[in-house]
Design a protein around this ligand. Structure first.
Ligand code: FMN
Length: 322
């Protein structure tokens, strides 16, 4: 597929996700649901995706949480993987080179248990070759203290500021849904120099085994993801997109091209496909193909004709009248 025009003269799917980063289509994969990317190369041509976001990377290797770490729920699942990471140096040495060869923009997700760790991981990734952008994960709900970052405006500001100073790469701030109002967090991201906002991370949730009267997840509370969270994610994306002028990337329960359209109409410039990758490893590509067809059907020739075109929302909440 050539850069400007879509295949067979179809819609031009190219989008600009901030910081000068233009990707060939709006379909990205979500952190933690696509390994370090290369694992999926047997299933799909990674080069067709907009971008791959890798599992969050910590400074030192981390084993992640103890099992059980996954539990199916109606229309979703609860996970408590924790940040299971090879560590930043092993990522750069072992994981990045094979992925770089696949011809897909690599977004490295940064995680830390302190602002200092966020900054140090960022610095090391900034020195590596072949990373297109960084995503700052201040919202992982499963690590003790990790919760604090994304729910505390002061800490999120400090983290974003530190990361911004440590890199010239485009920075995406990934927000947690565990706040009463996501808008001030989106705004502080923009004010502190984020090039884009992505949301949402998983939602804290509890599933109980009534016989043992224990949580089905070792750490107790885990993060809910999958179709169950999609309407919440669409609402939050809409709120964030009305608040900032940088691109917003929508995440949460996407399983079909129709789901992607909802996020785009709500104001997302691009999306990330998460939990569905576990169910259908080819999902991201199938969704991309479906999106091309849907856009063609609706007469959309370029992405700006669909992004943020929600109609009929009450004006006081910032909706477009229509
Ligand atoms: C098993 C699993 C592991 C995840 N690990 C991470 C992670 O390391 N970093 C991160 O920012 N988000 C992580 N997430 C959150 C996803 O990237 C995404 O924000 C969330 O699952 C909502 O999207 P979905 O419903 O499409 O999965 C993880 C999600 C799942 C299900």
């Amino acid at each position: 597929m050539s850069g400007k025009k879509g295949r067979g003269g179809g819609p031009d799917l190219r989008v600009d996700i901030g910081g000068g980063l233009s990707i060939r289509n709006p379909i990205m994969t979500a952190s933690g649901t696509f390994g370090y990317g290369d694992e999926f190369a047997d299933f799909i041509d990674l080069g067709q995706l907009g971008a791959v976001v890798v599992k969050s990377i910590s400074l030192a290797p981390r084993p992640g949480n103890q099992p059980p770490r996954l539990q199916e729920t109606p229309a979703g699942m609860i996970n408590s993987i924790g940040i299971m990471s090879v560590g930043v140096d092993a990522f750069i040495r072992d994981k990045l080179p094979p992925l770089r060869k696949r011809g897909v923009p690599v977004v490295a997700s940064v995680f830390g248990t302190s602002v200092k760790e966020f900054v140090e991981v960022t610095r090391r990734l900034d020195d590596a070759e072949g990373i297109a952008a960084l995503e700052v994960n201040v919202g992982c709900p499963n690590i003790e203290k990790g919760t604090i970052f994304g729910t505390d405006r002061g800490l999120t500001t400090k983290t974003m500021r530190g990361v911004r100073r440590a890199t010239r790469l485009p920075v995406i701030l990934k927000l947690t849904p565990s706040v009463a109002d996501v808008r001030p967090f989106a705004k502080l991201g923009e004010d502190e120099g984020a090039d884009a906002i992505s949301l949402i991370n998983s939602i804290p949730a509890l599933s109980i085994d009534i016989r043992t009267r224990r949580s089905r997840i070792h750490t107790g509370v885990g993060g809910l993801s999958g179709p169950a969270i999609r309407p919440i994610a669409v609402r939050m994306v809409w709120e964030a997109a009305r608040t900032v002028s940088i691109p917003v990337i929508g995440i949460g329960g996407i399983a079909t091209a129709e789901d992607v359209m909802e996020f785009l109409i709500a104001g997302a410039t691009a999306v990330q496909v998460g939990t569905i990758n576990f169910v259908r490893p080819r999902a991201a590509i199938e969704i991309l193909e479906g999106l091309r067809v849907l856009l063609l059907e609706q007469g959309v020739r370029k992405m700006s004709e669909i992004v943020g075109t929600l109609r009929g929302m009450p004006a006081e909440r910032g909706g477009v009248k229509g």
